[in-house]
Design a protein around this ligand. Structure first.
Ligand code: FA5
Length: 354
């Protein structure tokens, strides 16, 4: 019987080398250790053996049984590890990208600093009950000038060098079109479309035929604001302007309010900010004055309310026209407005993480 057990062990060790799957291994196990398996049959034969034989053969048979079980278990475990490694190799991720590979991957974009600030301002005003309006870039004389109390012969028209269109189809058409010189025509459109009380802001581009410098562009951006109701005062205007500047700069900034002339407001003010580029010492952005014109504003002129079909005896209000690009410059310390439209990625990428 001992010989038989040794033969079985040899046979088992030879067979197991050839097997490649878990199922084959389990079959082999039952071939040797199953109820009618080869080792089990030897053990069953012990019943008829003498006590001495049982003593000597029993432990050998049990050792073989344990060895078969352990060997099968180890082989199954090894197969599982092989299969995990195979899967990992199939889905291999190379985490060691070299700089030349990185350089060829597309750039991910970011928001332009002007968009970042515009969205911040919109959130501030939306939270104070203002609507956000839009208007056309190509305007007519009525909305850009006349309704804003700037008639044809008014010298104030020279304050804003205008890009005019002529009608290529019919020169006899009297209505003249232009690229809006400010966002104030949206005031007129806003008034004609609603009844007081109301309050809105209107961000957008404006166009002037100007010589460019560190603080002037031909295409630039403003953010118009208007509030119409009963008994609105200059204090209300100053309150909203202070909230706006505090939310944007997240700190107290030095401002000054001085009289300013705009035909569409009376009284009119210029709100200047102490230049944050040079801390008021004087630079090319503030034209060596230490102050930057940022936020012209005032109480709406009665003629403007009339042009918007609003009775100036019953209602009044304030309006402002924030220079959005200059605000962006002050907020981020940008020393030349021309960087904003340059399309230079080295400039734009600095704001990705804001
Ligand atoms: C106006 O355009 C008025 N419509 C503003 C207004 C609205 C006043 C409502 C009262 C009531 P002004 O021309 O000053 O005003 O322009 C307003 C702001 O736009 C300026 O303070 C400045 O910050 C900005 N700005 C004007 N021209 C340029 C330019 N060429 N480049 C960049 N920013 C400019």
């Amino acid at each position: 019987m001992i010989d038989r057990l040794e033969t079985l062990e040899k046979e088992f060790m030879e067979n197991i080398q050839k097997l490649k799957t878990e199922a084959e291994l389990l079959n082999l196990k039952s071939e040797f250790l199953g109820k009618k398996g080869k080792v089990s049959q030897v053990l069953a034969g012990l019943r008829n053996a003498s006590p001495e034989e049982r003593k000597s053969i029993g432990p050998v048979a049990n050792t073989l049984k344990d060895k078969i079980q352990a060997t099968i278990g180890q082989r199954i475990q090894a197969l599982e590890i092989d299969s995990i490694n195979e899967k990992l190799a199939e889905n291999k991720m190379d985490l060691s990208l070299t700089s030349d590979v990185l350089a060829s991957t597309p750039h991910s974009g970011g928001l332009h600093p002007r968009t970042l600030i515009q969205r911040e301002i919109e959130d501030v005003f939306l939270s104070m009950g203002f609507e956000v309006l839009d208007g056309p870039h190509i305007e007519d004389e009525f909305h850009n000038f006349e309704a804003l109390n700037i008639p044809d012969t008014h010298p104030a028209r020279d304050m804003q060098d205008t890009f005019w269109f002529h009608n290529p189809h019919d020169d006899s058409i009297k209505e003249k079109f232009l690229l809006r010189t400010h966002t104030s025509p949206i005031q007129v459109r806003g008034m004609l479309e609603r009844t007081p009380p109301f309050r809105f802001i209107a961000p957008g581009s404006a166009f002037r035929c100007e010589r460019t410098d560190a603080s002037h562009e031909i295409v630039f951006n403003q953010l118009e604001g208007m509030m119409v109701g009963k008994n609105i005062s200059v204090s209300n205007l100053i309150y909203f302007m202070k909230v706006l500047l505090k939310e944007i700069f997240k700190k107290e900034v030095e401002v000054r309010l001085r009289p300013g002339f705009f035909p569409f407001v009376e009284p009119g003010f210029e709100l200047d900010i102490n230049c944050l580029i040079c801390s008021g010492k004087g630079c090319s952005v503030c034209k060596q004055t230490g102050w930057v014109e940022l936020l012209p504003c005032g109480m709406i002129h009665p003629n403007v309310l009339k042009a918007g079909n609003i009775d100036p005896e019953e209602y009044n209000g304030f309006a402002f026209g924030l220079g959005l690009d200059r605000l962006v410059m002050m907020k981020y310390g940008i020393d030349d407005i021309r960087h904003l439209n340059s399309g230079d990625l080295r400039f734009n990428e600095q704001f990705k993480s804001y």
